[in-house]
Design a protein around this ligand. Structure first.
Ligand code: NAD
Ligand code: FE2
Length: 387
C-alpha cells in the first residue's frame, strides 16, 4: 500500500571524480569567509587538507584547521572543536574525512547554534536551531554521513554511542569525490564498504521503506556487490572506487529517509564498549541479521539475491531469499571480515555486557524498524549467535 512519505537530503550534492574542485563556488554562495575545517591527521598527511585549504582560500576564506580527532568522535572531541570554532571566530564548517570528522562537525554546529551539552540532543528531533552551513567532504565510501541528518557521538560517561537525528543537522553541501578514496587501505575499504551495504539493505527492508529509497537502496546493493571486492583487491581501480562512492551516496540517502534497523542498533553498543570500528561492528552482525530477518520479507530478500547476481531461476521466493544470505555471507568472507570472537577473544567479558548492549540497542530506536520483531532477550541471543 502506498503511503505518504517525507524525503530529505542536502540541498547540493557534488558527486563523481574531481568534483571537490567545485566547493569554492558553493562556499561563495554562503556569504561567509571563516570556516573551521574539521578533519584528522591522516587527511593532513595524505595532503587532502592542503588541497581543501587552497580551494577555500581561493574562494576568499580564512581557514582554521581542527584536526585533533583520534578515532570515532566523543563528547570531549565536540567540546574541543567548539572551542576552536569560537576562538577563531568561525562562521561556517567544512568537514573532511570519514564519518568521524563529518559527525564531529555536525555536533560542533549543533552546540554552536543551540548551546547546552551534546547529550541534550540524543534521539530524534531535539535540535531547535539549524547548524551553520556545513560542507561535508567524504573520504570513505562509506558512512554516507555527508548525506544524512544524523550524527553519532560517543557519550564517554555512559559508554553509549548517541544517535542524534534532526533535519536541522543536514549538511548544506555534500561532496562525494571518489578520487579521495584511492588512499584507503583494504581493511578500511572493506569495513566502510560494508557499512554502506548495511545502510542499503537495512533501508530496503526497513519498516519505513518507501518507493524512492527502495530504488536507491537496490542500486547501492548492486554496485557494492559488483565493486567492493575489486576496490579491496586493487585500491587504485578508479572505476571500482567511483562505483563504491556512488553506492555510499545512494545508501546514505536511502537510510536518511527509511532508517537503519537491527544491525546498526546492535552494532553501536559493540563500538561504544569495545571500541571496534563502526563498519566492522556492523559487518560482523550482517550474515546473522540476514538469516534472522529474511523470513519477514522474503520477496525483498529474493530481490537482493537476484541483484547480487545469484542464479534464482526456478527457485521459490523462500529459496531465493536464502540465496541472499549466501551472497551476503560470501561478500563478508571474501573481504576477510573476522568473527566477533576474534575481535573480542574474552567471551566472558563480551557476555558480561550483553544485557546493557541489548538495552542500549532498543533505546536507540533502530531495532524497532526491523521487519522481524525483536525483544531485548532475543537481541542477547542474537549477539551470542553472531559471536
Ligand atoms: N552520521 C551518519 O549518518 C553516520 C552513518 C554511519 C556511520 N557513522 C559514524 O561514522 C563513524 C565512522 O566513520 P568511517 O567509517 O568513515 O571512519 P572514520 O572517519 O573513523 O575513519 C576511519 C579511519 O580511516 C582513515 N581514513 C579516512 N579516509 C581515508 C582515506 N581516504 N585514505 C586513508 N585513510 C582514510 C581515517 O583517518 C581513520 O583513521 C562512526 O562513528 C560511525 O558511527 C555516521
Ligand atoms: Fe553506518
Amino acid at each position: 500500500m502506498m503511503k505518504a512519505v517525507e524525503f530529505r537530503m542536502p540541498q547540493v550534492l557534488l558527486q563523481g571524480p574531481g568534483c571537490m574542485a567545485r566547493i569554492g563556488e558553493e562556499v561563495k554562495s554562503f556569504g561567509k569567509t571563516r570556516p573551521l575545517l574539521v578533519t584528522d591527521k591522516v587527511m593532513e598527511r595524505a595532503g587532502y587538507v592542503g588541497s581543501v585549504v587552497k580551494i577555500l582560500e581561493g574562494a576568499g576564506c580564512e581557514v582554521s584547521v581542527f584536526s585533533e580527532l583520534k578515532g570515532e568522535p566523543c563528547d570531549k572531541d565536540v567540546e574541543t572543536g567548539l572551542k576552536a570554532y569560537e576562538k577563531n571566530r568561525c562562521d561556517f564548517l567544512v568537514a573532511l574525512g570519514g564519518g568521524s570528522p563529518i559527525d564531529t562537525a555536525k555536533a560542533i554546529g549543533i552546540m554552536e547554534a543551540n548551546g547546552g551539552k551534546i547529550s541534550d540532543y540524543m534521539g530524534s528531533g531535539k535540535v531547535q536551531n539549524p547548524i551553520p552551513p556545513l560542507v561535508a567532504i567524504a573520504t570513505t565510501a562509506g558512512t554516507g554521513s555527508e548525506m544524512t541528518k544524523v550524527a553519532i557521538i560517543n557519550d564517554t560517561a555512559n559508554d553509549v554511542k548517541m544517535l542524534i537525528s534532526s533535519p536541522r543537522v543536514l549538511p548544506s553541501v555534500a561532496v562525494a569525490d571518489p578520487e579521495l578514496t584511492v588512499s584507503l587501505p583494504p581493511a578500511i575499504t572493506a569495513a566502510t564498504g560494508l557499512d554502506a551495504f548495511c545502510h542499503a539493505v537495512e533501508a530496503y527492508v526497513s519498516k519505513k521503506e518507501q518507493p524512492i529509497t527502495d530504488a536507491l537502496a537496490l542500486k547501492a546493493i548492486q554496485l557494492i556487490s559488483e565493486n567492493l571486492r575489486k576496490a579491496w583487491c586493487d585500491g587504485g581501480n578508479m572505476e571500482a572506487r567511483a562505483n563504491m562512492m556512488l553506492a555510499s551516496t545512494l545508501g546514505g540517502i536511502a537510510f536518511n529517509n527509511s532508517s537503519v534497523t537491527l544491525i546498526h542498533g546492535m552494532s553501536r553498543p559493540i563500538g561504544a564498549i569495545f571500541h571496534i570500528a563502526h563498519g566492522i561492528s556492523n559487518a560482523v552482525l550482517l550474515p546473522m541479521w540476514a538469516e534472522f530477518t529474511r523470513i519477514s520479507k522474503p520477496e525483498k530478500f529474493a530481490e537482493i539475491a537476484r541483484i547480487m547476481g545469484e542464479d534464482v531461476r526456478g527457485l521459490s521466493v523462500q529459496q531465493s531469499a536464502k540465496k541472499a544470505v549466501d551472497a551476503i555471507t560470501s561478500l563478508c568472507h571474501d573481504v576477510e571480515i573476522p568473527p566477533i570472537r576474534e575481535l573480542i577473544p574474552d567471551k566472558a567479558e563480551f557476555e558480561k555486557h550483553l544485557a546493557k548492549m541489548a538495552s542500549d540497542a532498543v533505546i536507540s530506536g533502530s531495532p524497532g524498524n526491523n521487519p522481524r520483531f525483536v525483544t531485548e532477550d532475543r537481541i542477547v541471543e542474537l549477539y551470542k549467535k553472531a559471536y
